[in-house]
Design a protein around this ligand. Structure first.
Ligand code: ZN
Length: 408
């Protein structure tokens, strides 16, 4: 048990009154983690608890070094109220974003500040426990480099590809365990609580807690990279489905093109509406001798850079680049119109490398939405580009640790 949780749990206190007090402490910490410093009145209103009860809970948390006074808020007539927030270094969370080719890590304090910045490790995801040993070694080194008290780390959040049952800590695609779960294996390895989540869902959670979906109730988050990831916030909660597998949008049957998909089936949405489709269109057009600078620009470049090269070419006016991005955008919009009609979201957030194509992608998407959506539904949905940047996944993984640790 981390020092932080120890302060909150206070072992041995098991009667109902103490349980209620403990739950209230968790609620206060969780609320302040996600919303920043607040006054006792604001906390009391939000948690629907009397001001005297909140005031005494705040006093205990301040005494234990978890909360501190953070200046004064705006007055609504009388004296300006004192604000309380989490002490900057009262707790830490390690976030790990496992990608197919790169793993990123960062340690965040209670103010969502990444202590050692976002670290990148060029390591391909392979289905072998040795991969996890490497990750553990990198993580241990990062903890040492950050100079923090390991006892204050409340947990590790990991997002990764695959079919993930987050609630039970299982990944059915990678590191499937004969006995126990992946989360249990990692918890043993790290000696800290570990929570795992699918990468698309972690991104949706990040948008919900820290990004454009904050305060919204029905938002879809699309990540368009090589494939298309979908995370859904429905009725103000991350929607996981029955087993945690909801949102496999990339692999719905979409076309009779007969093209083999990464999942082994053919004609999935990602064969037409993803970064992978964009690169295929570029290669096919070049092979047909279409007049474009792309033929020279793409020679010998690694997969990691292809989208950026094509998007940059579009920005400098290359007509082939513009037309193939548009082609992908039209297909993506077609897929999105299905999502809009099924879920009636107020907002769809687009992220991933393809989102860098901005207007070259958004215009054809809108064209498809106009074409395929019922007008009344389509015009209610706003489309926006994610503002969270490269650490979106990790922020989601970190939010997951907070949600699980301070479960209410
Ligand atoms: Zn597929």
């Amino acid at each position: 048990m981390s020092l932080f949780i120890g302060e909150i749990e206070v072992p041995g206190q098991k009667n109902n009154v103490e349980k209620k007090k403990r739950l209230l402490k968790k609620k206060v910490v969780r609320y302040l983690y996600f919303h920043g410093p607040k006054s006792a009145i604001e906390i009391s209103k939000k948690l629907k608890t009397s001001i005297p009860t909140i005031t005494s809970t705040i006093a205990i948390l301040c005494k234990n070094g978890i909360l501190s006074e953070e200046g004064q808020g705006n007055s609504s007539g009388g004296r300006r109220p004192l604000l309380y927030g989490l002490c900057r270094n009262s707790l830490y969370i390690l976030g790990i974003d496992i990608g197919r080719y790169t793993t990123k890590m960062a340690i965040y304090n209670s103010r969502m500040e990444a202590l050692t910045g976002l670290q990148h490790y060029e390591i391909a995801l392979v289905n072998d426990e040795k991969f996890l040993d490497h990750i553990q070694t990198y993580a241990q080194q990062l903890i040492i480099d950050s100079n923090i008290d390991k006892e204050k780390i409340i947990g590790i959040g990991i997002d990764m590809p695959g079919l993930v049952d987050s609630e039970n800590g299982r990944n059915f695609t990678y590191f499937t365990q004969e006995s126990g779960t992946l989360a249990q294996l990692l918890t043993r390895k790290f000696g800290l609580p570990v929570y795992i989540e699918n990468d698309a869902k972690a991104r949706a959670l990040a948008e919900f807690r820290f990004g454009l979906a904050k305060g919204r109730k029905n938002v879809l988050v699309l990540h368009v990279g090589w494939g298309v990831g979908l995370g859904m916030i429905l009725n103000g909660k991350l929607y996981r489905g029955h087993n945690g597998f909801a949102g496999e949008f990339s692999h719905i049957h979409f076309s009779e093109n007969g093209l083999l998909c990464s999942c082994g089936k053919s004609g999935c949405l990602e064969t037409e509406a993803s970064g992978k489709a964009l690169v295929r269109h570029a290669e096919e057009s070049i092979a047909k001798g279409k007049n474009s600078n792309l033929a020279e620009l793409l020679v010998g470049k690694s997969n990691e850079n292809l989208h950026k090269i094509i998007i940059d070419a579009a920005d400098s006016g290359d007509q082939l680049a513009i037309s193939i991005i548009s082609k992908v955008g039209l297909e993506l919009g077609k897929g999105m119109s299905t999502l809009i009609q099924l879920f009636n979201p107020e907002l769809i957030i687009l992220g991933g490398r393809m989102a860098d194509a901005n207007r070259y992608l958004l215009t054809p998407i809108q064209q498809s939405l106009n074409h395929y959506c019922l007008r009344k539904i389509g015009e209610q949905t706003e489309i926006a580009l994610s503002e969270l940047g490269a650490n979106a996944n990790i922020l989601g993984a970190v939010a997951m640790v907070v949600e699980n640790t301070f479960e209410i």
